[in-house]
Ligand binder design. Structure first.
Ligand SMILES: *Cc1c(COP(=O)(O)O)cnc(C)c1O
Length: 322
């Protein structure tokens, strides 16, 4: 097991971020428990401020900036960008989120509402990335990446500690998998105390770079395709430092889902659990419904985020398109 992030780092993160974090709520799903004749628990992390777990890692990083740092920056208008903007605002640290001209207006507004400065550069993510690097090299900003970063991973790992505290006899955890910061943190937190707990990573068939990389034995790139689970898109970095190895060492299974299966997860969450989830947030439920994961005696299904375009959600609920 990777020794670069220790249980103590995750425990320290938990204390550090506690004043800013909504504790994890776990409830039983009567409908899933009945359907699978086992105990299935939902972990409602979409209730987190900014609508996703990414606040934990971002907050843990912002609270440990080197003295003399001008501020923080990132190239993300998704859940990481929101989380970093909010964390910086809470800590009173300047934050610039760099993005391309193609970013939709509502995403830009969401970041601005959270108090961050937005810098719109060029027509691609790559050009925005160049500006973020310039802020680092010329203006003393610190770049906080979305997953391949020890403080981010330790922050996400606090979820694993909360799960274990509340449900010490859980035997299976279903966790979203994209860059792998979330599952790395959770797996390290849980397996360093209870190595027998099974950790299942769940992603989409359309462009899961981590799954393809694990299969290849090294970080590789895959084509990015549009998916309902948009927060699970993107590469893992060809120079991946941490999450490729941690996922290799700690994740027991990786399951990939079709778009129809993901839509079924969103619909189940809405009609049976009365919860609005984004595609990425719903993949744990979707994997169970698709029969791609056999639940244990006590399974925790992480619901990681809710930031979906509500017009899209409406269409999915009405069975249009998926
Ligand atoms: C980022 C994100 C994930 C995946 O997290 P990784 O650390 O990249 O694996 C899952 N769900 C939601 C809602 C996210 O925003």
């Amino acid at each position: 097991m990777s020794t670069r992030i220790q249980l103590e780092d995750i425990q320290a993160a938990r204390e550090r971020i506690a004043p800013y974090i909504i504790p994890l709520q776990i409830t039983e799903s009567p409908s899933l428990s009945k359907q699978f004749s086992s105990n299935i628990l939902l972990a409602h992390e979409y209730l987190q401020t900014t609508g996703a777990f990414k606040l934990r890692g971002a907050m843990n990083s912002v609270l440990q900036l080197e003295p003399g740092t001008t501020g923080v920056t990132a190239v993300s208008t998704g859940n990481h960008g929101r989380a970093l903007a909010y964390s910086a605002q809470q800590a009173g640290v300047p934050c610039i989120i760099c993005m391309s001209e193609l970013v939709p207006r509502n995403k830009l507004e969401a970041i601005r509402t959270l108090g961050a400065e937005t810098r719109i550069i060029g027509k691609s993510q790559d050009e925005a990335e160049v500006e973020a690097r310039r802020l680092v090299s010329e203006e003393g900003y610190t770049m906080i990446p979305p997953f391949d970063h020890a403080q981010v991973i330790a922050g996400q790992g606090t979820l694993g500690l909360e799960m274990l505290d509340q449900e010490p006899d859980m035997d299976t955890v279903l966790v979203q998998l994209s860059g792998g910061g979330l599952i790395s943190g959770i797996a390290l937190a849980i397996k360093s105390q209870k190595p027998e707990v099974r950790i299942v990573g769940i992603s989409m068939e359309r462009g899961c770079a981590m799954a393809a990389s694990q299969k290849a034995g090294k970080p590789i790139e895959v084509e990015e395709l549009p998916t309902l689970a948009d927060s699970l898109g993107g590469g893992i970095g060809l120079d991946n430092q941490l999450t490729f190895d941690i996922v290799h060492d700690t994740v027991d299974e990786i399951v990939l889902l079709s778009e129809t299966e993901i839509a079924d997860g969103i619909r189940h969450a809405y009609f049976k659990e009365q919860v609005i989830l984004e595609g990425g947030g719903a993949v744990g439920i979707a994997a169970l419904l698709a029969g791609k994961v056999t639940p244990g005696a006590k399974t925790i299904v992480l619901l990681s985020g809710k930031n979906i375009d509500m017009e899209l959600h409406h269409k999915i609920i009405n069975g249009e398109g998926h």
